[in-house]
Design a protein around this ligand. Structure first.
Ligand SMILES: Nc1ncnc2c1ncn2[C@@H]1O[C@H](COP(=O)(O)OP(=O)(O)OP(=O)(O)O)[C@@H](O)[C@H]1O
Ligand code: SF4
Ligand SMILES: [Mg+2]
Length: 340
């Protein structure tokens, strides 16, 4: 497919997104008190530091409620953060979004609820033609050819164009959502749980498709998932979130081979493996973001907890050349596979 993205993907590496100490605080009613005027601060994001370079593939991983979708909404400019800086190509994301078409064309989104994101009254070809027309990507007479090209690109037969979303399987609907996202020739693809809830073989086909697209088109990919296997297959970098903070970040292979943060290690240990007994789940419940533990936010569940962990709140800091960790007592030494 000819790609004339607004930002050439062969440009020298530069940050597409940069989050500097980003906070997102929601003011919520105390649990169980529907009629009160009282509001509590819920820290959905707290001191988030993240840099996504052009052409990178980054998986955001974490338990339910860790703040992944909230972070994505900040990246997409749907919500302004309550604190810190969220930048897109060096400019505040909200301004970039407000300035319009360039951001909307360059940053495409694939939603978890792909079916819900598609108008059920439009045919597949009309759904894919919509962004082509909206962003004036090709002249009107070229639209049918471009739709056919996009259908082929995502592995759908050309007759799928005449169908409505209700006549498509779950995997096909996701392919349509990906084709629609690619129609504006973005250089950035952001996806929230885009392959969850599908059977394993459909999931594998979609992952292969996404990985191929990312590599061939030089797309920058930010991919939210609960699944470390998905993260490791699709993304070269991983950022692991816990209670509103990125607690470990680095090359996926290196982090998963020798996690430095005890939460990252626990997530890895809890991942099911073929022909092995089901591993023990991570002990304890994730604390309420309305009542964070004192000191390190993982201290109430950390198998490695030390006395000072209850007093000091570790922020994400460099760990060797290309990793970062938010822990006072990392499990590995920078550059080593494990503690001697
Ligand atoms: N609009 C909102 N108002 C109040 N609280 C919110 C709002 N959006 C998110 N939260 C809270 O912020 C925290 C982070 O939520 P978020 O949806 O970002 O988590 P998540 O990691 O995406 O979880 P999941 O894996 O279940 O999708 C949760 O405690 C959630 O209840
Ligand atoms: S700072 Fe302490 S409690 Fe927190 S993750 Fe590290 S070792 Fe565990
Ligand atoms: Mg979410």
């Amino acid at each position: 497919m000819t790609v004339a993205a607004p930002f050439p993907t062969n440009a020298p590496a530069q940050p597409v997104f940069e989050l500097i100490e980003v906070e997102q605080i929601f003011h919520v009613r105390p649990p169980g008190r529907r009629f009160t005027r009282e509001r509590l601060d819920l820290r959905a994001l707290d001191g988030v530091r993240l840099r996504v370079m052009q052409g990178a593939s980054v998986a955001l991983v974490g338990e339910s409620g860790s703040g992944k979708s909230t972070l994505l909404r900040v990246l997409l400019g749907l919500d302004a953060p309550s604190g810190g800086q969220a930048l897109y190509r060096g400019r505040p994301i909200r301004n970039a979004r407000a300035r319009g078409a360039v951001f909307a064309r360059d940053v495409a989104m694939v939603y978890q609820d792909a079916r819900g994101s598609l108008n059920p009254r439009m045919t597949v070809e009309a759904l894919i033609a919509e962004p082509l027309r909206h962003f004036d990507i090709v002249p009107a007479w070229e639209i049918p050819d471009r739709v056919a090209l996009l259908l082929d690109r995502v592995g759908l037969p050309s007759d799928a164009g005449k169908r409505y979303p209700a006549g498509l399987s779950g995997g096909q609907v996701r392919r349509v959502a990906i084709a629609r996202a690619l129609a504006s020739e973005p250089s950035v693809l952001v996806a929230d749980e885009a392959v969850s809830g599908l059977d394993v073989s459909t999931q594998a086909q979609l992952l292969t498709l996404l990985r191929g697209l990312q590599r061939e088109m030089g797309l920058t990919l930010v991919f939210i998932t609960h699944d470390l296997g998905v993260a490791s297959y699709l993304c070269e970098e991983i950022a692991i979130m816990y209670l509103g903070r990125i607690v470990e970040r680095g090359p996926t292979d290196a982090v998963l081979a020798a996690p430095a943060h005890p939460y990252a290690a626990a997530l890895r240990a809890a991942a099911p493996r073929f022909f092995e007994p089901m591993p023990d789940p991570l002990p304890g419940e994730i604390p309420s973001p309305l009542d964070l533990p004192k000191g390190c936010r993982f201290s109430s569940r950390c198998p490695n907890v030390q006395p000072d962990c209850h007093d000091r709140d570790p922020h994400l800091g460099s760990f060797g050349a290309d990793r970062a960790v938010a822990c006072l007592h990392p499990l590995t030494l920078p550059g080593l596979a494990s503690k001697p």
